[in-house]
Design a protein around this ligand. Structure first.
Ligand code: ZN
Length: 389
């Protein structure tokens, strides 16, 4: 790979700058010769009134913006390899898309800045490395230089490595925060469109349905001219969730719905019964893990481990232990009620507190509460044996 260092003035870089508000992309500069956002780059995420403003402040103060990398796609055409966020910020500012505050706290658009400051920005110099080489070589290197600013996350890196028609189509569907489905997705999938979280989830689910990882699925589909399977599978999972669960609870967001779909979609559920169970469990103060409620219901309400039922506190355990031990010593029997009825030498064994566990006399799942009247201390072997039944 060859590299050459070159200086550009801001005024040249932003000449012909186009910003697409809907897609959140800076598209072109250098009179159309520079493609600001190649497909493997992320969407513009500096528009937060801080990072974008900081870029402009740096120019006004004469601070360096750091190295920028272009890939030469032909003699006269370049793509930004690294620096897309910085250049988009500059382009958006000089075309009046956002304001900065001056020393007096007044908002200033580029057009309202004094002429000397406008000139300072436009004459600022950016240090650019031009790179030429094989696509694979450049992408490998891109992974290496991706150290400044906000690092690319896993999916953004995969998009750069496996760029092609499939990634382009998938990004158009899943990475566009203007997509009207984003609100629905956000009920069940955490993250944001711009950081590729919906795309990552959709890919993870469909890949797992074939027993694959994302890294295996993406290269297999790299040159596909459609994303039908990806899109259909994702929508099928979401439709299944909203078909089974009428309620939308915040704890549903980010669950591994793909796995739950694979495991339970052939089971039939009565949505009104599901809703009743859900409400009952949400009102149950013994249920500590609400995120486990959904799988608990799907699995037929048997695996109480998913709910992390509130356990007896130490004071309760000590008090029950003292009472049981005193009674046992009076009778000359074991302080574990299960040992006490056994026909062997253990039936008079007095266990230490540390060798016993608290047990619900009536199981929580059968309506037993977590208060002292429903607490008994069992020796650890018996408690374990009971829990396995
Ligand atoms: Zn026992």
């Amino acid at each position: 790979m060859d590299t050459t260092l070159q200086m550009y003035k801001v005024k040249d870089i932003v000449d012909g700058f186009v910003y697409n508000e809907f897609e959140g992309k800076g598209l072109f500069g250098l009179l159309g010769k520079l493609t600001i956002q190649p497909e493997y780059q992320r969407n513009y995420i500096y528009a937060d009134g801080k990072k974008d403003v900081a870029v402009i402040d740096s120019l006004l103060k004469g601070y360096p913006l750091g190295l920028i990398y272009f890939v030469d796609t032909s003699d006269d055409n370049f793509e930004i390899l690294d620096g897309q966020q910085r250049i988009t910020s500059i382009g958006r500012f000089t075309t009046g898309k956002f304001a900065i505050r001056d020393a007096n706290g007044r908002e200033q658009l580029f057009s309202s800045l004094p002429a000397d400051k406008q000139k300072k920005i436009m004459e600022s110099e950016l240090l650019v490395y031009h790179c030429r080489g094989e696509e694979s070589e450049i992408k490998e290197w891109f992974k290496t230089i991706n150290i400044a600013g906000i690092p690319l996350n896993e999916q953004e890196l995969l998009n750069s490595i496996f760029s092609g028609s499939f990634v382009t189509l998938a990004k158009a569907e899943f990475s566009n925060s203007g997509n009207s489905n984003v609100q629905k997705w956000s009920s069940y999938v955490s993250g944001s469109a711009k950081r590729q979280d919906f795309m990552a989830t959709a890919l993870r689910w469909v890949a797992a349905s074939h027993g694959l990882e994302i890294e295996e699925y993406m290269p297999m589909h790299r040159l596909d001219k459609d994303i039908n399977e990806l899109k259909t599978y994702f929508n099928t999972v979401l439709d299944w969730i909203s078909g089974v669960f009428r309620d939308v609870e915040k704890e549903m967001c980010g669950l591994d719905w793909g796995r739950l779909y694979e495991e339970y979609h052939t089971t039939s559920y009565d949505p009104s019964k599901v809703s009743a169970s859900l409400h009952k469990l949400y009102e149950d103060t013994y249920v500590k893990n609400r995120r486990g409620v959904f799988e608990y219901i799907l699995g037929g309400e048997t695996d109480t481990k998913l709910l992390d039922i509130r356990i007896f506190d130490d004071a309760t355990k000590q008090s029950v232990y003292n009472q049981q031990t005193a009674d046992a010593k009076d009778k000359g029997s074991s302080n574990c009620p299960y040992c006490a009825i056994a026909h062997d030498a253990a039936n008079s064994k007095i266990w230490d507190l540390k060798d016993m566990d608290a047990d619900h006399v009536t199981a929580w799942s059968k309506g037993g509460t977590t208060d002292i009247r429903n607490c008994q201390m069992l020796c650890k072997p018996h408690n374990k044996a009971k829990g396995n039944k």
